[in-house]
Ligand binder design. Sequence first.
Ligand SMILES: [Zn+2]
Length: 138
Amino acid sequence: MSHEGIRIVSLEESRREQQQEQPLPPDAVTPAKVKIAITEGTGVEIVWKDGQRSHWSFPYLRDACPCATCHEEREKTGRKPGEPKPVPQQMFPLYTPPARPVKAEPIGRYAIKFKWADGHESGIYAFEFLRRLHGEML
Ligand SMILES: [Zn+2]
């Protein structure tokens, strides 16, 4: 019996592959309502056309930044989008305020862009990306 051609992939890898293979229906990636609560600081809420509701806190979205730099940094350290960076053990830890945007603007009809309080603004959060991020949280 030959095992050639059989590929051993981790559960996580196969899950990731499946996610990429499955195209989402248009109603699942089209928002019916978007609420970005910058003043309240409660995060972003989207009601999708298919009736699903998603909510993310601002720190979660900051840690999920899809720009190339943040993506590479996550790949290197094995973090998932939205997973916070590990806090270094220090005797006198510096206080880091939770991430929040100072501005949010739509990019055409397909994405949202945030300008974060830390000055970072290169991440384009496509609605499809956000909807898949919702899947990660379930
Ligand atoms: Zn980024």
